[in-house]
Design a protein around this ligand. Structure first.
Ligand code: DGP
Length: 111
């Protein structure tokens, strides 16, 4: 979709360190990691925010995020699953994505 950076990663136009891919979903390392484990899971289709996503896709996104979190070593100690949404949620890339952050203890609440 247009100049969406995540659509460009899906299309292979810009590089991304991919850790998983199927027909609907792509997971890749965050370019600016905030924890030892920090990857993103996205739908390949351009969906701007969680507000536009339907239930089935959200289920698949979260299920895959959990599965990959375990594969990335977060099964024992846990991790954080984050979906930022629009301005107040701190979303900077307008293509729905789940952050998976782990490998260290994370503070709560966020600032
Ligand atoms: P958010 O604030 O929730 O919209 O987070 C967007 C994340 O996307 C942020 O942690 C950095 C990451 N990001 C932005 N541009 C790129 C990119 O070109 N490649 C990768 N791998 N990650 C990116």
């Amino acid at each position: 979709m247009g100049d969406c950076i995540f659509c460009s990663i899906v299309a292979g136009k810009i590089p991304g360190k991919k850790i998983y891919e199927d027909d609907e979903l792509l997971a890749f390392q965050d370019v600016n990691p905030q924890a030892p484990v920090h990857f993103l899971v996205i739908p390949k289709t351009h969906i701007p925010t969680i507000m536009e996503a339907e239930a089935g896709l959200l289920g698949k996104l979260l299920f895959k995020a959990r599965e990959l979190a375990v594969l990335e070593g977060c099964g024992e100690r846990g991790c954080r699953f984050v979906i930022n949404c629009k301005e107040d949620g701190g979303q900077t890339v307008d293509h729905l994505h789940v952050h998976v952050l782990g490998g260290r203890s994370l503070a709560w609440p966020p600032g």
